[in-house]
Design a protein around this ligand. Structure first.
Ligand code: FAD
Length: 289
């Protein structure tokens, strides 16, 4: 039976940070693990496809939308016990960083400037300022959708690398995560957060919708630098444009579609390859391609 927390025909534009995207046939916001299990009982019964959407800060949704179930976890609790932080997957990643920092703990200051959810940060091993999500991660609790089991695994077992985790290779839904931080002077913690924020504000187009960096940095290089050197700042298809503030961002000037962003992305890849023989690899996920 379809759970009561599942809605129909929901526009995804407001659930993605670049404000593009069609409609989800079903949109589910489970609030507990029990509701997640009930949701999958129904998904399996109806043989529907599904996709977890966190903060939508790294996901582009095509104009045709998604003919399945978007799982937007409304599981947002946070527990801080001494130096241990346990966060549910739907919670905003910057909130985890801020609350841990306010509790006098260091290790997640970088999270305060990365939009999205705990689930999204773990899935892509989000990172900044030479730190990654995996660094303080102890374990992840997730639903193995193939077996129906809820499993807890240590971070070492989850194949974390640069913008990669085992979650990219399995049908697993992240439910919560445990981090181990260290105590530090509050003034030092606050100073690091202020420094990261100031750096972001001066180097990124934060007032325009985007999905952050579009391409991973190739080994020993920076995607943004290559794109800028290729003369692509300001390159535009429809309302999607290579930012003139940070060349690894594609911003939505108003009415851009995911297809426009994709067209800009392809042009950037081809041009950078032609000029520097470097193959850029996307960091963003394109849903409904
Ligand atoms: C202004 C800006 C700055 C950014 N800066 C950075 C940065 O410095 N470093 C960086 O790494 N990224 C950065 N990003 C990209 C983005 O913030 C990260 O990739 C972030 O971790 C995405 O989280 P999300 O919850 O929004 O993921 P979403 O876009 O919602 O999802 C991304 C992927 O994670 C999967 N996923 C989400 N939740 C779950 C779950 N519970 N279980 C299983 N899979 C799940 C989704 O299915 C999808 O495949 C930036 C983005 C913006 C807009």
């Amino acid at each position: 039976m379809r759970p009561a927390f599942v809605q129909e025909n929901i526009s995804l534009a407001k659930y993605t940070s670049n404000r593009t995207g069609g409609t989800a046939r079903f949109f589910a916001e489970p609030t507990t693990e029990e509701e997640v299990l009930a949701l999958f009982a129904w998904i399996n019964e109806e043989q529907l496809s599904w996709f977890p959407l966190g903060g939508g800060a790294n996901t582009l949704v095509c104009s045709d939308g998604f003919d399945g179930v978007i799982i937007h976890l409304a599981m947002n609790s946070l527990e801080i016990q001494g130096t241990t932080v346990i966060a549910e997957a739907g919670l905003q990643w910057p909130v985890v960083g801020l609350k841990a920092s306010k509790a006098g703990l260091t290790g997640l200051e970088f999270a305060t400037v990365i939009p999205g959810s705990v689930g999204g940060a773990i899935y892509g091993n989000a990172g900044a300022y030479e730190q990654e999500t995996k660094d303080s991660l102890v374990s992840v609790r997730y639903l193995d959708v193939e077996t129906g089991d809820i499993v807890e695994r240590s971070a070492e077992e989850l194949d974390f690398r640069y913008r990669h985790s085992a979650f990219k290779e399995h049908n697993w839904l992240i439910l919560s995560a445990t981090f181990e931080l260290k105590e530090d002077e509050q003034l030092d913690i606050d100073a690091r957060i202020a420094e990261y924020r100031a750096h972001r504000e001066s180097t990124q187009p934060l007032s325009q919708p985007s999905t952050g960096c579009v391409f991973k940095n190739p080994p020993g290089n920076f995607a943004g630098k290559l794109i800028e050197q290729a003369g692509l700042k300001g390159y535009r298809v429809g309302d999607a444009m290579v930012s003139d503030v940070h060349a690894n961002f594609i911003v939505n000037l108003g009415e851009a579609t995911a297809e426009d962003v994709k067209a800009v992305r392809e042009h950037v890849k081809t041009t950078v390859f032609e000029q520097f023989e470097v193959q850029l690899e996307e960091e963003n996920i394109l849903l409904g391609e």
